[in-house]
Design a protein around this ligand. Structure first.
Ligand code: A3P
Length: 334
């Protein structure tokens, strides 16, 4: 703990870390928890925590925040196009360059700088702190992606800039996150779905615990600079979400523009769009587009094909215990 980062960062028990290093070949620096909630990160997060917490903000910044696999990329593309007055030509630049992931460095470093054999496989290798530097150099208005919960972000974030938080049914999240962990060599998950499910329920995957993450956003819901969306809302009525986000960002959009944007954001169109489907990242060697690709299935309720009876029960008990105080607005709580 220090004056520029107010929370204690504690390593996991050595036995737990040994198991994690074996099952997640990308988690080389082991894992830590940030107290009091116990947010789970790779050990390398220690080197970056204070830099993320003290990130210099601008009033024109717009953040898209989420727990991973909640529809972040989908929301980012929507937000970027609204902010940039529907510049579809500009949107051909890879999303990661237009809308950088502020804490990407702490995921990449572990891989690139501690495993030379993987470095050799990579077509290009990121420098430490490169992604954070990219955020600081970005021209206004900056669009910034984060998976950090509010408590680990700059405390004045909502008083300074706008944040759009997107949430998804954790059952679909765990399935999507499992495939994600197998695809990215920065995670390198070696096990099957059941093994990943166990880690998820123990909050032993990056950016967990899921429920605290969501609760932190929900507690700030009345702040005028926060808009909370859900993946289901995007699925059920994308034009309505576009209208809502445009209103939040102070942008006017015509009916025709909404229709065009709805088409651009359609699952099939996102799946074949190289600027958003992680083809650029795959070309560096960072991920292998197996497991159905980055824009994978795009369904709500796909978890039913993965959960066995005992898993449904365990998940339900976990939801009831940890998410119980969250409201019915989150559909999956019903
Ligand atoms: P699945 O793996 O369930 O298919 P994130 O961007 O937060 O990592 O979330 C990724 C999830 O959003 C993936 O879910 C991906 O397929 C889904 N997704 C991305 N674009 C989408 C779209 N246009 N329509 C529906 N789902 C989309």
């Amino acid at each position: 703990m220090s004056s520029d980062f107010p929370y204690a960062i504690e390593p996991l028990e050595e036995k737990e870390n040994d198991a994690i290093r074996k099952d997640f070949t990308g988690y080389l620096s082991g894992a830590v928890r940030v107290q009091p909630q116990g947010y789970f990160f790779q050990g390398i997060y220690r080197q970056y925590a204070h830099r993320y917490y003290n990130l210099s903000l601008r009033p024109t910044d717009v953040f898209v925040a989420s727990y991973p696999k909640s529809g972040t990329t989908w929301t980012q593309e929507l937000v970027w196009l609204l902010i940039h007055n529907l510049d579809y030509e500009g949107a051909k630049v890879p999303l990661d360059d237009r809308f950088p992931f502020v804490e990407a460095d702490h995921v990449l470093d572990a891989l690139v700088f501690q495993r030379p054999e993987l470095k050799a496989k990579m077509k290009s290798t990121p420098e430490p702190g490169e992604r954070l530097a990219q955020v600081t150099k970005l021209e206004d208005p900056r669009c910034i992606k984060t998976h950090m919960p509010f408590s680990l972000l700059p405390p004045k974030i909502l008083d300074t800039c706008k944040v759009i938080y997107v949430a998804r049914d954790p059952r679909d999240v765990v399935v999507s996150y499992y495939h994600h962990h197998r695809m990215w060599i920065t995670h390198g998950f070696q096990g099957d779905f059941r093994a990943f499910f166990d880690y998820f329920l123990k909050d032993q995957v990056m950016w967990s615990p899921f429920w605290d993450h969501l609760r932190e956003a929900w507690e700030r819901r009345s702040h005028p600079n926060l808009l909370i969306l859900t993946y289901d809302q995007l699925k059920e009525d994308l034009p309505a979400v576009i209208r809502k986000v445009a209103g939040f960002l102070g942008k006017e959009v015509s009916q025709e523009e909404i229709e065009n944007l709805t088409k651009h954001l359609h699952f099939d169109s996102m799946k074949s769009n190289p600027a958003v489907n992680a083809v650029a990242e795959a070309s560096t060697g960072l991920l292998d587009l197996k497991e159905g690709g980055f824009v994978r299935k795009g369904k709500s309720g796909g978890w039913k094909d993965y959960f066995e009876e005992d898993m449904k029960e365990r998940f339900h008990a976990w939801m009831a215990e940890k998410g119980g105080s969250l409201p019915k607005e989150f559909k999956w709580m019903k």
